[in-house]
Design a protein around this ligand. Structure first.
Ligand code: S3P
Length: 198
């Protein structure tokens, strides 16, 4: 009786098992404003997994904002810190990870994402104009260094597209969809890819 009670308490709050056992982490990639953190948090809650936001982890580790890391170490320095944080994130199991929008620009990060066993990478896509508008509506709009120059940001979006697509097993169009709908679609497409019945 006691054993049964302990086992039950250790189970995730929702006994949903839509993810095949060999997938131990789901990584969300995409440009700023794609909804990686919002979708990631909801997905983790749905699965009873942890949620890890790489930007938030960096801010906690270095006890300063992403904008200050850019200011103090330049983008190159920031990218080195980011790669180390990604290595740490990929060492965790049963976790949903939201990457920073620029992570797949870096070859080391792409190799890590492609070659770490147990990782399932999902690209959250939307047109640049919509992503930019979404970011401008967010409270931290002014502190995203890569958005400071909208024309340069649009160019980087175009340059990054092939990288997002290359690292991802699944691309989801998020335009006109709520985060809940995106989570639902992600899980159903993942089940379909692995022939799992809901
Ligand atoms: C960046 C995106 C940001 C953050 C940093 C750089 C980028 O993350 O890592 O400001 O180069 O696109 P989000 O995509 O979570 O905003």
């Amino acid at each position: 009786m006691l054993i049964a009670a302990i086992t039950e308490a250790a189970l995730p709050s929702k006994a949903v098992m839509p993810v095949p056992a060999h997938i131990r982490r789901i990584i969300l990639t995409g440009f700023m404003g794609a909804g990686k953190s919002t979708v990631g948090r909801r997905l983790a809650a749905e699965l009873g997994w942890k949620f890890l936001d790489v930007d938030a982890a960096l801010e906690e580790t270095y006890n300063c904002t992403i904008a200050s890391l850019f200011e103090q170490h330049g983008e190159e320095g920031f990218r080195r810190f980011e790669s180390s944080a990604i290595v740490r994130a990929l060492g965790s199991d049963h976790v949903v990870v939201a990457l920073g929008g620029g992570a797949p620009e870096i070859l080391t990060n792409r190799l890590l994402l492609e070659q770490t066993p147990g990782s399932f990478v999902v690209f959250l896509d939307a047109p640049f104009g919509e992503l930019f508008d979404r970011c401008m509506l967010q409270p931290d709009a002014a502190i995203r260094p890569v958005l400071a120059n909208p024309e340069a940001a649009a160019k980087r979006f175009e340059q990054r597209l092939p990288f997002y697509k290359r690292v991802a097993r699944l691309t989801l169009e998020t335009s006109g969809r709520t985060p809940e709908q995106t989570v639902e679609q992600l899980l159903s497409e993942m089940r379909a890819l692995h022939a799992i019945k809901p």
